[in-house]
Design a binder for this molecule. Sequence first.
Ligand SMILES: Cc1ncc(COP(=O)(O)O)c(C=O)c1O
Length: 344
Amino acid sequence: MTSFASDNYSGVHPAVLDAIAAANVGRQPAYGRDEWTGRLQDVVRRHFGERATAYPVFNGTGANVVALQAMTTRWAAVVCTSTAHIHVDECGAPEKVAGVKLLTIPTFDGKLTPELIDLEARGMDDVHRAQPQVVSITQTTELGTAYTVEEIRAICDHAHALGLRVHLDGARICNAAAHLGVSLREMTTDTGVDVVSFGGTKNGLMLGEAVIVLDPDAAPHVDYVRKASTQLASKMRFVSAQLEALLGTDLWLTNAAHANAMAQRLATGLAGAVDLPRPVQANAVFARIPRAAIATLQETYEFYVWDETVDEVRWMTAWDTTPEDVDTFVADVRRVLAASVVEA
Ligand SMILES: Cc1ncc(COP(=O)(O)O)c(C=O)c1O
């Protein structure tokens, strides 16, 4: 079954598998004192600047939970969108594990702005209110859009002026960089982002993400928080080797650019035939099609219904999506839609 369900339905990129095999030699110190994790720090600093430090973790929820907990006190709140993965797709882990209250804001396009942040970044010094300490944004957003560099800078400037730090959930940060044509540093360190959850799993890794601390003052005890949150890998070399394979070459960019190109191919192929309500800026295509057509297509293809109330579906592409996968799908969507018109 061809899948457009999520980019984490993809396999492992062969270069990443090779890197895991290459790391499988001899004995190495555990818990991050290995050669691979050491080299990863150099690679990460090349991308994010001299002050950056990477803390590899097992998964994206773990990265977010470790980052948010390390950035906050026990009485903290985090401002995010109502569509944020940390709010809707992490089973309450930020609340339960990180112990933060999420203050959510509805948006049209998945993006916060300084004005929207002000709706919840208030009540400072009111002991009755969980204290806003962090703004968390997602790049690319859960609605497939990408913040521009200027938009991120405006959010960081505003948050910092209010005394808040900025966390960026970068499960798809590489897709955003490929779309914007900017470096990871230009999008994060240079705009004022404090901590990044760097995503690898959706972009060719077997498993593994990293909390990348860009300003050490923003997350002073992150190493203890990672352990206390069960995200410290003892055989860390195998996670770090994957991240090194991705970031030590241009694989991070070629994989992401390919996934984005496949989404563009899909959107272009369906233009005129399907209502595509959101801009296609990375590797997600949202479409509104009749409910019966959704059911027929799901007999052959895996994908998620995003919003049942408006029959909106989400089709994700990934580094391993082929042009043939897309072209066959486009032809099938067009055929199913044409048949549903005839039946109607
Ligand atoms: C925006 C976003 N953040 C974080 C994650 C990480 O999730 P997981 O814990 O499944 O690795 C995902 C995965 O779907 C995501 O889309």
